[in-house]
Design a protein around this ligand. Structure first.
Ligand code: HDE
Length: 697
């Protein structure tokens, strides 16, 4: 009971024993500016010199200390997942999951476990745009009472390769070419498609990466997956296999590829800005954590191998068991100290969670600590506040660069009978690897059960809605279109034909290469598979404006009643409203009130919003219709299948944009009393039926 109380208090204050400074905002107050030695600085504007125009003096230790520190500010970026963004929050189980696992953070509904969660793109460097087509990392560190548990997943449930030894090749192929150092944050180039087309095990993952999943609307609207099969073990020592799933409360949504490319220019920080703003405004992103639980016997019945990370388990086969909820409710205080220095590692587990023999997972268990040693520069990086467990920890590991602790006593060995003999191992409370019986020949071998590379790629394809299939075709055609080597294109068309003939034909047609697919013989016959609905984000997406953004393009003199109605509706629906005017200064509503704008037309194209309203005042409508940026606002919103509300005064802009005001159910005339149709349509996210007329190529 006392432990539970302590856990609860710890979750509220963020303190687990010592080392809780992470959860305290720094206080600045009256602190004077000092050097790193604590010396108060008298003048931070001018270097010490002889005479006003004279030579600067080497003696100026204050200037030297400052510049020297600056010179050493950078550390190596992550070799993959370099661009990322993170926040603090907590995880809380819905109920006890003691039957499944003995992990302390899953034993009751009271314990709030602090978490730190980082999202990332994989290929691009730290300064690359957020909306690149890519897998997203989804890494969560749980600061549990039994030590840190890291669930280091992605927003896709499968991976490109089956064995860790291929990871350097995969990553080298997708990163900028070593001679010319481009393209940045792109898979649309020869080396990547050459590599994957020579590794058919990539086919399932490629389907995901060419789909809408690779261009998420927001981190808040992304699913997460542990990818590998893990074990959960209960107090009796009983083990079950599990696959982890995170599902966002807001639903899973994406942007459109043309939009993603334009957002890269208009706001390269689109995802991080969205995430930061949501948390700052109290709209805390939430995810439900679930597991698919299955026994080894069940696994042996599946027609794929659960140790193969290129395979998922359809939810129809093993449904999800919800475990609890994660809420991210606090932005970092300092990006570098926390987001950049956080070190996730799949081998950070707690009693009750263990690994499987997935060869990709086993390789990962080695790689993370290894890369972090060079990235963070010392074996003591676990002492950095964001990495430090919030439960007590003690051992006899000593010294090394940047040792921040001051261990006391004369003993640094275990066992010992000097001092008080502690800390000592504990066979009962400690982590015990699951006693799996293993035997076999030592060989380099890929199991035959890993040989089917096309059936689940096909499963994904046939589970998609029509628009989702169109986007996959478009994704492949775009990426392969950027490959200069025709032999790579024809090889890929051959693989796609094994997934589905119509997919290959459609991509070939878009490339202008019909009938040119290579013939590629699958190692094992492609199975007959049934669609799995949850794989289609479109089919399960909620109709809602929750967490979305409405862009209102308007001018001085905007109808006050209309503005009020839009603002009230946005609030009620849980959406954000952004007022965009031709210039940035405040404008006035029709009743003379001052209205602060959120951005200006040239800086805020319609790609930044989920749905838009165009409502200039009658007096300024002609001026707005003469602005190319306003015309593009409407043209792009229409091309990106958005729902567009407009007032009568806006029709001139529509004419210039060649968008008919009665084009379809997504172009809606509004006034202060008729917003309901606009809201109803906007909740659909996109007007998919519009797409075939707009994108025939
Ligand atoms: Fe990673 N991965 N990975 N990865 N990974 C890293 O560790 C690696 C894989 C994932 O926000 C690195 O600290 C290998 C799958 C995430 O800081 C590195 C293999 C999945 C992050 C590494 C994989 C992931 C990383 C680089 C194949 C989803 C970012 C920096 C065997 C389940 C974590 C670092 C963060 C980062 C190695 C494949 C997820 C090099 C060798 C599969 C979310 O150690």
């Amino acid at each position: 009971m006392a432990k539970k109380k302590a856990q609860k208090a710890a979750a509220e204050t963020g303190h687990w024993g010592e080392g809780g400074e992470l959860h305290q905002r720094s206080k600045k107050g009256d602190q004077p500016l000092t050097t790193n030695q604590g010396l108060v600085v008298a003048d931070d504007q001018n270097t010490l010199s002889v005479g006003p125009r004279g030579p600067q003096l080497l003696e100026d230790f204050i200037m030297r200390e400052k510049i020297t520190h600056f010179d050493h500010e950078r550390i190596p970026e992550r070799v993959v997942h370099a661009r990322g963004y993170a926040a603090h929050g907590y995880f809380q189980a819905y109920k006890s999951h003691a039957k499944l696992t003995k992990a302390a953070f899953l034993q009751d509904a009271e314990t709030k476990t602090p978490v730190f969660c980082r999202f990332s793109t994989v290929a691009g460097s730290a300064g690359s745009p957020d909306t690149a087509r890519d897998v997203r990392g989804f890494a969560v560190k749980f600061y549990t009472s039994e030590g840190n548990y890291d669930l280091v997943g992605n927003n896709m449930p499968v991976f490109f390769i089956q064995d860790a030894i291929k990871f350097p090749d995969l990553i080298h192929s997708v990163k900028p070419a070593p001679d010319r150092d481009f393209p940045q944050a792109q898979s649309a180039h020869d080396t990547f498609w050459d590599f994957v087309s020579l590794n058919p095990e990539s086919m399932h993952m490629l389907m995901w990466v060419m789909s809408d999943r690779a261009i998420p609307r927001s981190f808040r609207m992304m699913e997460g997956f542990g990818v590998h099969t893990f074990r959960m073990i209960n107090k009796k020592g009983e083990s079950q296999f599990v696959k982890f799933h995170w599902r966002p409360t807001l639903g899973t949504f994406s942007v459109i590829w043309d939009e993603a490319m334009k957002i890269s220019g208009a706001d390269p920080d689109f995802h991080r800005r969205d995430f930061w703003n949501a948390i700052e405004s109290g709209n805390y992103p939430e995810w439900e954590l679930s597991v698919q639980v299955f026994s080894e016997d069940q696994a042996n019945e599946f027609d794929f191998d659960v140790l193969d990370p290129t395979k998922l388990i359809p939810e129809e086969l093993v449904p999800l068991t919800p475990l609890g909820k994660m809420v991210l409710d606090r932005n970092v205080d300092n990006f570098f100290a926390e987001t950049e220095q956080v070190a996730f590692c799949p081998s950070h587990v707690v009693p009750g969670i263990d690994f499987s023999n997935d060869p990709l997972l086993q390789g990962r268990l080695f790689s993370y600590l290894d890369t972090q040693l060079s990235r963070l520069g010392s074996p003591n990086f676990h002492q950095i506040p964001v990495n430090k467990p919030k439960c007590p920890f003690a051992n006899f590991q000593r010294d090394g660069h940047m040792q921040m602790e001051v261990p006391t006593g004369r003993v640094a060995n275990e066992p010992n009978s000097l001092d008080d003999g502690s800390p000592r191992e504990n066979a009962m409370a400690g982590f015990n690897s699951y006693h799996a019986a293993e035997a076999g020949e030592k060989r380099r071998l890929r199991p035959e059960s890993f040989a089917d590379h096309y059936s689940q790629a096909r499963l994904f394809w046939i589970s998609m809605s029509d628009p989702e299939q169109r986007h996959i075709v478009g994704g492949f055609a775009f990426e392969l279109g950027k490959c200069n080597e025709a032999k790579i294109r024809t090889r890929m068309l051959g693989h796609l034909a094994n997934v589905d003939q119509s997919l290959s034909d459609r991509v070939a047609e878009k490339l202008g290469m019909s009938g040119q697919a290579d013939t590629i013989q699958p190692r094992v016959p492609v199975r007959d598979v049934q669609p799995s609905k949850p794989l289609s984000q479109d089919s399960v997406a909620p109709e809602s404006l929750q967490g979305k953004k409405i862009g209102l393009l308007t001018t001085d003199g905007i109808d006050a009643k209309l503005l009020d109605a839009i603002a009230t509706a946005a609030k009620k629906e849980g959406a954000t409203l952004a007022v965009i005017a031709p210039t940035r200064g405040a404008i006035h509503t029709s009743d003379g009130k001052e209205l602060a704008t959120d951005d200006f037309l040239a800086g805020a194209p319609s790609v930044l919003f989920d749905c838009v309203i165009v409502a200039p005042s009658a007096g300024h409508a002609e001026m707005l219709a003469g602005e190319a940026a306003a015309v593009n606002w409407v043209r792009d919103a229409f091309a990106h299948l958005k729902v567009i509300g407009f007032t009568d005064s806006a029709t001139g802009i529509f004419e210039k944009a060649s968008v008919a005001t009665d084009a379809d159910e997504g172009v809606i005339s509004i006034d202060s009393s008729t917003l309901s149709e606009f809201l109803k349509q906007a909740k659909r996210h996109r007007i998919w039926d519009r797409e075939p007329q707009l994108r025939t190529l």
